[in-house]
Structures are given as C-alpha cells and as structure tokens.
Design a protein around this ligand. Structure first.
Ligand code: SAH
Ligand code: SF4
Ligand code: F3S
Length: 446
C-alpha cells in the first residue's frame, strides 16, 4: 500500500486567514493528504500569507527562503504560496525572482482552486501561477478541517469596500460579498450539534452584512437569528467598524446572554484630523457616543480596539489625543501598530511620513499605557468568579486554560480533561493579562 502524502500549512495574518487555512486543510485532506507532524516530513508545504504590514511580508519571505535546503534534499517536495501577499500587484514576479523553487502560486481570491492547481503541477515541470483579480461566486462546497475546538469560525462577509487610506485589504480581498443567511445559520446549527461551544462570526466589517442587498437581512437580524439557535454556546463577532456599529446590534446583544459582552471596535486614532485622513468616516465624538450607548444598555460590556501610531502628518498633539481616548474608554485590551506604508494605498503617497524614531517612541509609550490599563483590569478580577470556556492544556505550565467572555485568559489545574467545558473559576491571582483560579466545584469539595 502507498503511504499517504503529508501536508504542512504555515499561516500569517488575521483570523480570516486562520480559518481559510482550515479550508485549505479541508481541500488537502479531500485529496487524501494527511497532516504532517513536522515541516521536514511534509510532501507539500502551503504558505497562507498576509500583507497588512511590511513585517508580515518580511516574516513570510524569511520562512519561505529557509525552505531552499529542504527542497534540495527532497526535489519531490511541493511548495505552494497563496493568501493576501500573492494577490498584491507584481508580487508574484518578486516571489519568482527571490524564490525560484516555489512550485505553485495562488491568491486569496482563488484558494478554492488549489486541488486543480496541485494536480496541474504534478503533470508539468513548469511552476503553476494562477491569480484572479476579481472574486467569483462564494464557494460553499469546501468542508473546513477545524483545529480550534471548542471554538469555530464562520464567515459572514468576504472582502471590504471601505478603503481606509492606509489599508491594503480592499485591494487584495476584493469587493464586499455577504454569505446567504440560510448557509450561515445551517453551518452554526451543525457546529453546535457537533459540540462547538464558541462561534465567531467573521467579516472585515460585520456591520455592513447584507449591504449588497443579497441577503434580506442586516447584521443585527443575522446576529439575532444565530443567537436564537438552541444550545449552550457563546457567540462572538468581529470586526465591527465604528461608522456602522448600531444600537440595533446592542439591543440584540441585550436580548441574548449568549452573545459575549465584548465588542472589538477598532478606533485607529483619537484625533479627528487623522481619522479624516484615514478615511474612517467617524469622529472621536461619535466613537465615544457609541461606547456610551453600549455601556448604558450593557454596563458590564467591554471594548477592545486596534490603534495605529505614526500615520502620515501625525503630530505629538494628535498622538496625545489617542492616549487621552485610550484612558477615557478604558479598553479591555488593544492591538497597537506602527503605521506601515502599503503600495497602492492613498496614505503611502501622502506627504509628511513620520520618521521611524518618532513612531517607535510613540508605540512604546502607547504599549505601556495599554498594558497598565489591562493589568489594572486583571487585578480587579481577584476574588471574583468567572466562567471560562476551557480551550486547551498547556504542557509547559501543566495547567488547563480558557477564556472568559471578555477574552481574558484563565489558567487552572484539573485532574480530568476539561477541554470544551464551561468551568467557573474563583480567581486567586492576576499576572499581567493572565488570571489564575480554582474551579469552584473543587473549592466546594475541599
Ligand atoms: N477590518 C478591520 C481590521 C483589518 S486589519 C477594521 O476595519 O478594523 C487589522 C488592523 O491592522 C487594523 O484595524 C489596523 O489597525 C491595522 N492596519 C491595517 N493596515 C495597516 C497599515 N498599513 N499599517 C499599520 N497597521 C495597519
Ligand atoms: Fe482595511 Fe478599513 Fe476595510 Fe478594515 S475597514 S479591512 S481597516 S479598509
Ligand atoms: Fe488578513 Fe492580512 Fe489578508 S490581516 S485579510 S491576512 S492582509
């Protein structure tokens, strides 16, 4: 009998990409490939790349380059590169020159064709390069091979129409398309029946779901329908864009305790002048009003965010407005980024690019501020009880771990396997952003 060939997938970028890698794994398994324990044992290595910032690209370049040796040792090894980076104008030419040993290049908009491309490569010596400039119909026939139990990601929209002036996503992911509600609801029902306990609805801007007029439902209505599915599970959604985050969504959250009281609402900057240059289409005041409306209905709600520092022309004054906003909102946590010019975007050609030292200084100050706020919040947990969804076992620490509805990580000891269970922890210690606790049923026994 022939031994099965093995695959290894390397993923960069956002959750959207992580989920797409699960779909790529689905395609490879349908072709009878098996997962490889190590990259060295693989017969096919797939890179699912990201190009949101320069360092994401450099990271992939480094890792692809390192494969030259493996390819020499095993000339039958197939190397495929796909994702957002190959979708960039002219990038496949750069990749061809830098890494002539790549066998297959495909894009974020046609990864569904991977099986055909692999089969074509097996018939020909020449490398296979197939990139599409526009997305076709949404493909519903791929069964993802999920590796994130008890969490499951479910796409609701693809692409983005917002064209924030710094962002490359609309260029590499195409126009916004919404999935049909009956498809989404059927997928969530099936996942809940299979025992998944946390469903995250994914889109670049979930609030614009259905804006293309093809679904007969807006995001609030979809969220309501998803949370109305029976069973004990959590619902999350990301990302919300502040220009479209509505009270209707907050009202649906209020109606369903299943929906986590955590909203990821990227603010990007606290300065109205910069927000306008970023083409974000909201003001600092509108953002703060939305937070107020959320917390009025749901006082326990928490907000996380994304922030960019060092955007073209950003002054110290603009930066300090971001700091002030961070303090005022008191975010549960924040992802902070140094602005990275992306070719083809409007901001890349703006005058007033900020020197690296200034960017570095601002990011360091912001990270310190954000960490201090997060730490303080963690300390407030000590002595309280929180329900976490146990996700995994940490071999190094010898503890189980999971997240509460606000995304905070909780660690605990258990003699039995608790992965996939909701566990109530009495928090005994907070360390930075991590919490340590004891399951309340243990405490009751002793
Ligand atoms: N669709 C989401 C996020 C997409 S990308 C949204 O609209 O919020 C994730 C984050 O990367 C963004 O929120 C932004 O903070 C950051 N980002 C995007 N382009 C960037 C760039 N050119 N330089 C630095 N950070 C960037
Ligand atoms: Fe990029 Fe803006 Fe679209 Fe988010 S909403 S993906 S930041 S263009
Ligand atoms: Fe995501 Fe990076 Fe593409 S953030 S959409 S993988 S450019």
């Amino acid at each position: 009998m022939l031994m099965s060939e093995k695959y290894h997938i390397v993923t960069y970028g956002c959750q959207m990409n992580v989920h797409e890698s699960e779909k790529i794994a689905g395609i490879l398994r349908r072709m009878h490939y098996e997962e490889s324990a190590t990259i060295e044992d693989a017969d096919i290595i797939v890179f699912n790349t990201c190009c949101i910032r320069e360092n994401a690209e450099n990271h992939a370049f480094g890792n692809i380059g390192a494969l030259k040796k493996l390819k020499k040792q095993n000339p039958n090894l197939l190397i495929a590169v796909g994702g957002c980076m190959t979708q960039e104008k002219g990038k496949t030419e750069t990749l061809k020159k830098k890494f002539p040993f790549i066998d297959i290049m495909f894009g974020a908009l046609n990864f569904e064709e991977l099986e055909t491309l692999i089969n074509r490569k097996k018939r020909q010596k020449k490398k296979v390069v197939e990139i599409r400039d526009e997305a076709g119909e949404i493909v519903e026939t791929i069964e993802p091979y999920r590796t994130s139990y008890p969490n499951a990601w479910v796409n609701i929209t693809y692409g983005c129409d917002n064209f924030c002036s710094y962002c490359i996503v609309p260029y590499v992911r195409g126009r916004e398309r919404s999935r049909k509600p009956e498809r989404i609801l059927a997928e969530v029902k099936m996942l809940v029946e299979q025992g998944y306990k946390e469903i995250t609805l994914l889109g670049q801007n979930v609030n614009s779901y259905g804006k293309d007029g093809t679904t007969g439902m807006n995001f609030a209505q979809l969220l309501d329908a998803v949370a109305s599915i029976e069973g004990k599970f959590r619902v999350r959604f990301m990302t919300s864009h502040p220009k479209d985050f509505t009270e209707e969504v907050v009202a649906v959250m209020e109606k369903h305790p299943k929906i986590c009281r955590l909203v990821h609402l990227p603010v990007q900057s606290g300065s109205n002048r910069i927000l306008q240059l970023m083409n974000r289409r909201y003001t600092r005041e509108k953002y703060l009003d939305e937070i107020k409306a959320l917390k009025t209905r749901l006082p326990e709600a928490e907000v996380t965010t994304d922030i960019i520092v060092g955007f073209p022309t950003e002054t110290e004054e603009d930066y300090l407005q971001t700091e002030a906003l961070v303090k005022e909102v008191d975010f549960a946590s924040a992802f902070t980024f140094v602005y990275s010019p992306r070719q083809g975007t409007k901001a890349a050609t703006m005058e007033g690019q900020i020197p690296e030292e200034v960017q570095k200084d601002r990011i360091m100050r912001l990270v310190e501020l954000v960490n201090a706020l997060t730490r303080k919040k963690s300390e407030r947990y000590v002595g309280k009880e929180v329900e976490i969804l146990c996700e995994d076992y940490d071999e190094k620490k010898g503890t189980y771990l999971g997240r509460d509805e606000f995304g905070r990580m909780g660690y605990f000891h258990s003699d039995t396997n608790r992965v996939g269970e909701f566990v109530t922890l009495k928090i005994t210690k907070a360390n930075g952003i991590s919490l340590f606790g004891e399951p309340t049923e243990n405490a009751a026994k002793s």
